[in-house]
Ligand binder design. Structure first.
Ligand SMILES: Nc1ncnc2c1ncn2[C@@H]1O[C@H](COP(=O)(O)OP(=O)(O)OP(=O)(O)O)[C@@H](O)[C@H]1O
Length: 337
Protein backbone atom coordinates (compact mmCIF):
# COMPACT_ATOMS: atom_id res chain seq x y z
CA UNK A 1 0.00 0.00 0.00
CA UNK A 2 1.11 3.56 -0.72
CA UNK A 3 0.04 6.40 1.51
CA UNK A 4 0.75 9.93 0.45
CA UNK A 5 0.18 12.22 3.41
CA UNK A 6 -0.15 15.96 3.03
CA UNK A 7 2.60 16.00 0.46
CA UNK A 8 3.92 19.27 -0.94
CA UNK A 9 6.78 20.00 -3.29
CA UNK A 10 7.93 23.56 -3.74
CA UNK A 11 10.45 24.69 -6.31
CA UNK A 12 12.52 27.80 -5.78
CA UNK A 13 12.77 29.68 -9.04
CA UNK A 14 14.05 33.12 -10.01
CA UNK A 15 10.44 34.28 -10.09
CA UNK A 16 9.77 32.94 -6.60
CA UNK A 17 8.31 29.77 -5.16
CA UNK A 18 6.37 27.40 -7.43
CA UNK A 19 4.08 24.83 -5.83
CA UNK A 20 4.64 21.68 -7.91
CA UNK A 21 2.55 19.57 -5.52
CA UNK A 22 0.22 21.21 -3.03
CA UNK A 23 -0.89 19.22 0.03
CA UNK A 24 -1.82 15.98 -1.72
CA UNK A 25 -3.34 13.04 0.17
CA UNK A 26 -3.80 9.73 -1.63
CA UNK A 27 -3.98 6.08 -0.67
CA UNK A 28 -3.22 3.47 -3.31
CA UNK A 29 -4.03 -0.13 -2.49
CA UNK A 30 -1.74 -3.08 -3.14
CA UNK A 31 -2.32 -4.59 -6.57
CA UNK A 32 -4.15 -1.55 -7.89
CA UNK A 33 -3.50 0.28 -11.17
CA UNK A 34 -3.82 3.94 -10.25
CA UNK A 35 -3.86 6.72 -12.84
CA UNK A 36 -3.02 10.37 -12.22
CA UNK A 37 -4.37 12.68 -14.90
CA UNK A 38 -3.87 16.36 -15.53
CA UNK A 39 -2.72 18.90 -18.07
CA UNK A 40 0.89 19.91 -18.48
CA UNK A 41 2.11 21.67 -15.36
CA UNK A 42 -0.54 20.15 -13.09
CA UNK A 43 2.13 18.50 -10.92
CA UNK A 44 1.84 14.87 -12.05
CA UNK A 45 5.57 14.31 -12.64
CA UNK A 46 6.50 16.08 -9.44
CA UNK A 47 4.11 13.87 -7.47
CA UNK A 48 5.25 10.67 -9.17
CA UNK A 49 8.90 11.52 -8.64
CA UNK A 50 8.20 12.20 -4.97
CA UNK A 51 6.86 8.64 -4.59
CA UNK A 52 10.33 7.16 -5.04
CA UNK A 53 12.04 10.27 -3.76
CA UNK A 54 13.65 11.15 -7.07
CA UNK A 55 12.32 14.50 -5.87
CA UNK A 56 12.46 15.09 -2.14
CA UNK A 57 9.14 16.47 -0.92
CA UNK A 58 9.23 19.83 0.83
CA UNK A 59 6.80 18.47 3.40
CA UNK A 60 4.59 15.45 4.00
CA UNK A 61 5.19 11.71 3.98
CA UNK A 62 5.39 8.92 1.42
CA UNK A 63 4.68 5.55 2.92
CA UNK A 64 5.38 2.50 0.76
CA UNK A 65 4.55 -0.87 2.29
CA UNK A 66 4.43 0.62 5.76
CA UNK A 67 7.75 2.52 5.61
CA UNK A 68 8.00 6.28 5.41
CA UNK A 69 10.55 6.78 2.64
CA UNK A 70 11.26 10.34 3.72
CA UNK A 71 12.71 9.03 7.00
CA UNK A 72 15.04 6.41 5.52
CA UNK A 73 18.81 6.75 5.60
CA UNK A 74 20.71 6.81 2.30
CA UNK A 75 21.50 3.08 2.12
CA UNK A 76 18.02 2.04 3.28
CA UNK A 77 16.50 4.32 0.68
CA UNK A 78 18.72 2.84 -2.05
CA UNK A 79 17.47 -0.64 -1.12
CA UNK A 80 13.84 0.49 -0.91
CA UNK A 81 14.17 2.07 -4.36
CA UNK A 82 15.25 -1.23 -5.89
CA UNK A 83 11.72 -2.44 -5.10
CA UNK A 84 10.19 0.50 -6.94
CA UNK A 85 10.54 0.19 -10.70
CA UNK A 86 10.10 3.16 -13.00
CA UNK A 87 9.54 3.59 -16.72
CA UNK A 88 9.72 6.81 -18.69
CA UNK A 89 8.25 8.44 -21.77
CA UNK A 90 11.67 8.60 -23.44
CA UNK A 91 12.81 5.17 -22.20
CA UNK A 92 16.33 6.26 -21.08
CA UNK A 93 18.10 3.18 -22.39
CA UNK A 94 21.89 3.11 -22.60
CA UNK A 95 22.62 3.33 -26.32
CA UNK A 96 26.05 1.63 -26.16
CA UNK A 97 24.60 -1.44 -24.44
CA UNK A 98 22.55 -4.25 -25.98
CA UNK A 99 19.02 -5.02 -24.87
CA UNK A 100 20.27 -7.80 -22.57
CA UNK A 101 23.01 -5.56 -21.15
CA UNK A 102 20.52 -2.76 -20.47
CA UNK A 103 18.42 -5.15 -18.41
CA UNK A 104 21.46 -6.67 -16.68
CA UNK A 105 22.50 -3.17 -15.65
CA UNK A 106 19.58 -3.01 -13.21
CA UNK A 107 20.50 -6.44 -11.80
CA UNK A 108 24.08 -5.33 -11.22
CA UNK A 109 22.81 -2.38 -9.21
CA UNK A 110 21.26 -4.93 -6.84
CA UNK A 111 24.50 -7.00 -6.72
CA UNK A 112 22.87 -10.01 -8.40
CA UNK A 113 25.40 -12.85 -8.68
CA UNK A 114 26.71 -13.45 -12.22
CA UNK A 115 25.27 -16.96 -12.58
CA UNK A 116 21.76 -15.74 -11.81
CA UNK A 117 22.05 -12.78 -14.12
CA UNK A 118 21.69 -14.57 -17.48
CA UNK A 119 18.71 -16.64 -16.48
CA UNK A 120 16.93 -13.62 -14.98
CA UNK A 121 17.61 -11.52 -18.10
CA UNK A 122 16.20 -14.34 -20.28
CA UNK A 123 13.15 -14.62 -18.07
CA UNK A 124 12.51 -10.87 -18.31
CA UNK A 125 13.03 -10.86 -22.07
CA UNK A 126 10.45 -13.58 -22.42
CA UNK A 127 8.01 -11.74 -20.19
CA UNK A 128 8.14 -8.63 -22.39
CA UNK A 129 8.26 -10.60 -25.67
CA UNK A 130 11.76 -9.56 -26.77
CA UNK A 131 13.75 -12.80 -26.62
CA UNK A 132 14.79 -12.41 -30.26
CA UNK A 133 16.11 -8.87 -29.69
CA UNK A 134 18.48 -9.81 -26.90
CA UNK A 135 21.69 -8.78 -28.68
CA UNK A 136 20.55 -5.73 -30.58
CA UNK A 137 21.20 -2.13 -29.62
CA UNK A 138 18.41 0.33 -28.69
CA UNK A 139 18.83 2.28 -31.95
CA UNK A 140 17.63 -0.79 -33.84
CA UNK A 141 14.37 -1.01 -31.88
CA UNK A 142 10.96 0.57 -32.44
CA UNK A 143 9.51 2.85 -29.74
CA UNK A 144 7.29 0.07 -28.42
CA UNK A 145 10.21 -2.36 -28.25
CA UNK A 146 12.32 0.24 -26.42
CA UNK A 147 9.55 0.64 -23.86
CA UNK A 148 9.45 -3.16 -23.45
CA UNK A 149 13.15 -3.06 -22.58
CA UNK A 150 12.36 -0.25 -20.15
CA UNK A 151 9.69 -2.42 -18.56
CA UNK A 152 11.99 -5.46 -18.33
CA UNK A 153 14.66 -3.30 -16.70
CA UNK A 154 12.11 -1.87 -14.25
CA UNK A 155 10.97 -5.37 -13.29
CA UNK A 156 14.47 -6.81 -12.94
CA UNK A 157 14.61 -6.69 -9.15
CA UNK A 158 11.06 -7.92 -8.52
CA UNK A 159 9.56 -4.59 -7.50
CA UNK A 160 6.27 -4.38 -5.64
CA UNK A 161 5.53 -1.04 -7.25
CA UNK A 162 5.95 0.24 -10.80
CA UNK A 163 5.83 3.97 -11.54
CA UNK A 164 5.04 4.94 -15.12
CA UNK A 165 5.87 8.46 -16.25
CA UNK A 166 3.86 9.11 -19.44
CA UNK A 167 5.03 5.67 -20.56
CA UNK A 168 3.00 5.59 -23.76
CA UNK A 169 2.95 9.27 -24.71
CA UNK A 170 5.66 8.84 -27.36
CA UNK A 171 3.93 5.85 -28.97
CA UNK A 172 1.31 5.45 -31.68
CA UNK A 173 -2.18 4.23 -30.65
CA UNK A 174 -1.64 0.55 -31.52
CA UNK A 175 1.71 0.37 -29.80
CA UNK A 176 0.21 2.22 -26.83
CA UNK A 177 -2.45 -0.45 -26.56
CA UNK A 178 0.07 -3.30 -26.67
CA UNK A 179 2.19 -1.65 -23.94
CA UNK A 180 -0.89 -1.03 -21.79
CA UNK A 181 -1.88 -4.68 -22.15
CA UNK A 182 1.60 -5.73 -21.12
CA UNK A 183 1.37 -3.48 -18.06
CA UNK A 184 -2.01 -4.95 -17.16
CA UNK A 185 -0.61 -8.48 -17.53
CA UNK A 186 2.29 -7.58 -15.23
CA UNK A 187 -0.13 -6.11 -12.72
CA UNK A 188 -2.34 -9.20 -12.72
CA UNK A 189 0.25 -11.95 -12.96
CA UNK A 190 2.93 -10.48 -10.72
CA UNK A 191 0.57 -8.51 -8.47
CA UNK A 192 2.63 -5.37 -8.94
CA UNK A 193 0.95 -2.11 -7.98
CA UNK A 194 1.14 0.38 -10.81
CA UNK A 195 0.94 4.17 -10.54
CA UNK A 196 0.90 5.95 -13.86
CA UNK A 197 0.68 9.54 -14.91
CA UNK A 198 -0.82 10.56 -18.21
CA UNK A 199 -2.68 13.33 -19.97
CA UNK A 200 -4.64 10.78 -22.00
CA UNK A 201 -7.96 9.55 -20.67
CA UNK A 202 -7.82 6.56 -23.01
CA UNK A 203 -4.86 5.23 -21.06
CA UNK A 204 -6.79 5.50 -17.81
CA UNK A 205 -9.88 3.94 -19.35
CA UNK A 206 -7.88 1.03 -20.66
CA UNK A 207 -6.06 -0.14 -17.54
CA UNK A 208 -6.67 1.85 -14.37
CA UNK A 209 -8.85 0.77 -11.46
CA UNK A 210 -8.86 4.13 -9.72
CA UNK A 211 -7.72 7.59 -10.66
CA UNK A 212 -7.02 11.10 -9.45
CA UNK A 213 -7.30 14.32 -11.43
CA UNK A 214 -4.71 17.02 -10.70
CA UNK A 215 -4.78 20.75 -11.27
CA UNK A 216 -2.34 23.37 -9.96
CA UNK A 217 -0.57 20.82 -7.79
CA UNK A 218 -3.76 19.62 -6.10
CA UNK A 219 -6.01 16.61 -6.46
CA UNK A 220 -9.39 17.93 -7.58
CA UNK A 221 -11.14 14.56 -7.89
CA UNK A 222 -10.40 10.97 -6.98
CA UNK A 223 -12.30 7.72 -7.29
CA UNK A 224 -12.92 4.55 -9.27
CA UNK A 225 -12.43 5.03 -12.99
CA UNK A 226 -15.93 3.76 -13.71
CA UNK A 227 -17.56 6.15 -11.26
CA UNK A 228 -15.55 9.10 -12.50
CA UNK A 229 -16.30 8.32 -16.15
CA UNK A 230 -20.00 7.92 -15.48
CA UNK A 231 -20.37 10.77 -13.01
CA UNK A 232 -17.50 13.29 -13.17
CA UNK A 233 -17.87 16.10 -10.64
CA UNK A 234 -15.08 18.63 -11.15
CA UNK A 235 -15.21 20.84 -14.26
CA UNK A 236 -11.72 19.73 -15.23
CA UNK A 237 -12.69 16.07 -14.96
CA UNK A 238 -15.71 16.70 -17.19
CA UNK A 239 -13.38 18.29 -19.73
CA UNK A 240 -11.10 15.25 -19.67
CA UNK A 241 -14.00 12.82 -19.96
CA UNK A 242 -15.39 14.68 -22.95
CA UNK A 243 -12.11 13.98 -24.76
CA UNK A 244 -13.08 10.29 -24.85
CA UNK A 245 -16.85 10.37 -24.54
CA UNK A 246 -17.74 13.22 -26.82
CA UNK A 247 -21.26 14.29 -27.63
CA UNK A 248 -20.45 16.87 -30.25
CA UNK A 249 -23.23 16.86 -32.82
CA UNK A 250 -22.93 19.26 -35.77
CA UNK A 251 -25.10 22.37 -35.41
CA UNK A 252 -26.61 21.74 -38.84
CA UNK A 253 -28.01 18.43 -37.58
CA UNK A 254 -29.27 19.92 -34.29
CA UNK A 255 -31.02 22.71 -36.19
CA UNK A 256 -33.15 20.11 -37.96
CA UNK A 257 -34.20 18.41 -34.73
CA UNK A 258 -37.78 19.17 -33.75
CA UNK A 259 -38.25 16.61 -30.96
CA UNK A 260 -36.74 16.66 -27.47
CA UNK A 261 -33.03 15.93 -27.19
CA UNK A 262 -32.06 13.66 -24.33
CA UNK A 263 -28.76 12.33 -23.12
CA UNK A 264 -29.14 8.78 -21.84
CA UNK A 265 -26.60 6.87 -19.82
CA UNK A 266 -26.74 3.18 -18.95
CA UNK A 267 -24.39 1.81 -16.35
CA UNK A 268 -23.26 -1.77 -16.06
CA UNK A 269 -25.18 -4.76 -17.31
CA UNK A 270 -28.25 -2.75 -18.17
CA UNK A 271 -26.32 -1.20 -21.06
CA UNK A 272 -26.86 -4.32 -23.08
CA UNK A 273 -30.62 -4.38 -22.66
CA UNK A 274 -33.04 -3.06 -25.21
CA UNK A 275 -34.41 -0.37 -22.92
CA UNK A 276 -34.62 2.19 -25.68
CA UNK A 277 -36.40 -0.10 -28.13
CA UNK A 278 -38.83 -1.14 -25.34
CA UNK A 279 -39.51 2.51 -24.61
CA UNK A 280 -40.36 3.20 -28.25
CA UNK A 281 -42.71 0.20 -28.27
CA UNK A 282 -44.44 1.02 -24.97
CA UNK A 283 -45.09 4.71 -25.57
CA UNK A 284 -46.28 6.55 -28.56
CA UNK A 285 -42.91 8.15 -29.31
CA UNK A 286 -40.19 7.86 -31.93
CA UNK A 287 -36.52 7.77 -31.08
CA UNK A 288 -33.67 8.84 -33.36
CA UNK A 289 -30.09 8.30 -32.34
CA UNK A 290 -27.92 11.36 -32.85
CA UNK A 291 -24.83 9.96 -31.22
CA UNK A 292 -23.98 6.96 -29.14
CA UNK A 293 -21.39 4.53 -27.93
CA UNK A 294 -20.90 1.75 -25.43
CA UNK A 295 -17.57 2.08 -23.71
CA UNK A 296 -16.09 -0.77 -21.71
CA UNK A 297 -14.31 0.42 -18.59
CA UNK A 298 -12.64 -2.42 -16.72
CA UNK A 299 -14.84 -4.67 -18.87
CA UNK A 300 -18.02 -3.11 -17.49
CA UNK A 301 -20.19 -1.43 -20.12
CA UNK A 302 -21.08 2.23 -19.95
CA UNK A 303 -23.62 3.18 -22.61
CA UNK A 304 -24.00 6.81 -23.63
CA UNK A 305 -26.53 7.98 -26.18
CA UNK A 306 -27.76 11.30 -27.43
CA UNK A 307 -31.17 10.92 -28.96
CA UNK A 308 -34.12 12.83 -30.25
CA UNK A 309 -37.51 11.76 -28.95
CA UNK A 310 -40.51 12.81 -30.98
CA UNK A 311 -44.07 12.66 -29.75
CA UNK A 312 -46.60 14.37 -27.48
CA UNK A 313 -44.90 16.14 -24.53
CA UNK A 314 -46.75 13.91 -22.03
CA UNK A 315 -45.62 10.77 -23.80
CA UNK A 316 -42.02 12.03 -23.89
CA UNK A 317 -42.15 12.69 -20.13
CA UNK A 318 -43.50 9.20 -19.53
CA UNK A 319 -40.91 7.68 -21.85
CA UNK A 320 -38.11 9.45 -19.98
CA UNK A 321 -39.48 8.22 -16.62
CA UNK A 322 -39.71 4.72 -18.05
CA UNK A 323 -36.02 4.75 -19.02
CA UNK A 324 -35.10 6.09 -15.58
CA UNK A 325 -37.15 3.31 -14.01
CA UNK A 326 -35.10 0.83 -15.98
CA UNK A 327 -31.87 2.20 -14.48
CA UNK A 328 -30.87 4.84 -17.03
CA UNK A 329 -29.71 8.34 -16.15
CA UNK A 330 -31.54 10.71 -18.45
CA UNK A 331 -30.89 14.39 -18.97
CA UNK A 332 -33.20 16.44 -21.16
CA UNK A 333 -30.92 18.74 -23.14
CA UNK A 334 -33.62 20.49 -25.15
CA UNK A 335 -37.41 20.31 -25.18
CA UNK A 336 -39.16 19.69 -28.47
CA UNK A 337 -40.70 22.50 -30.46
N1 LIG B 1 12.73 21.43 -11.34
C1 LIG B 1 11.78 22.37 -11.33
N2 LIG B 1 12.08 23.65 -11.04
C2 LIG B 1 11.14 24.61 -11.00
N3 LIG B 1 9.83 24.40 -11.23
C3 LIG B 1 9.47 23.13 -11.54
C4 LIG B 1 10.41 22.05 -11.61
N4 LIG B 1 9.76 20.92 -11.93
C5 LIG B 1 8.47 21.26 -12.06
N5 LIG B 1 8.28 22.58 -11.82
C6 LIG B 1 7.01 23.32 -11.85
O1 LIG B 1 6.07 22.61 -11.05
C7 LIG B 1 4.79 22.59 -11.66
C8 LIG B 1 4.37 21.13 -11.89
O2 LIG B 1 5.20 20.57 -12.88
P1 LIG B 1 5.16 19.02 -13.29
O3 LIG B 1 6.24 18.78 -14.29
O4 LIG B 1 5.15 18.21 -12.07
O5 LIG B 1 3.74 18.95 -13.99
P2 LIG B 1 3.17 17.82 -14.96
O6 LIG B 1 1.73 17.74 -14.68
O7 LIG B 1 3.97 16.59 -14.81
O8 LIG B 1 3.41 18.46 -16.39
P3 LIG B 1 4.17 17.81 -17.65
O9 LIG B 1 3.28 16.74 -18.14
O10 LIG B 1 4.28 18.97 -18.60
O11 LIG B 1 5.49 17.35 -17.14
C9 LIG B 1 4.93 23.40 -12.93
O12 LIG B 1 4.51 24.71 -12.67
C10 LIG B 1 6.40 23.37 -13.23
O13 LIG B 1 6.81 24.49 -13.94
Amino acid sequence: MIRINDLSKEYKTKKGLVMGVDRVNLTIAEGEVFGIVGYSGAGKSSLLRCINLLERPTSGQIEVNGRDLTKLKREELRKARLKIGMIFQHFYLISQKTVAENIAFALKAANTPGEKMTSRVNELLEMVGLTDKKDVYPAQLSGGQKQRVGIARALANNPSLLLCDEATSALDPNTTLSILRLLKKINRELNITIVLITHEMNVVKEICDRMAVMQDGRVVEEGSVYEIFSNPKAELTKEFISSVLSFEVPQAILAKVTGSIVKVMFKGEVAGEGVISDMVQHFDVRGNFLHGSIEYIQEVPLGLFLMEIQGQPDNITRAVSYMEGRGAQVEVIQNGH
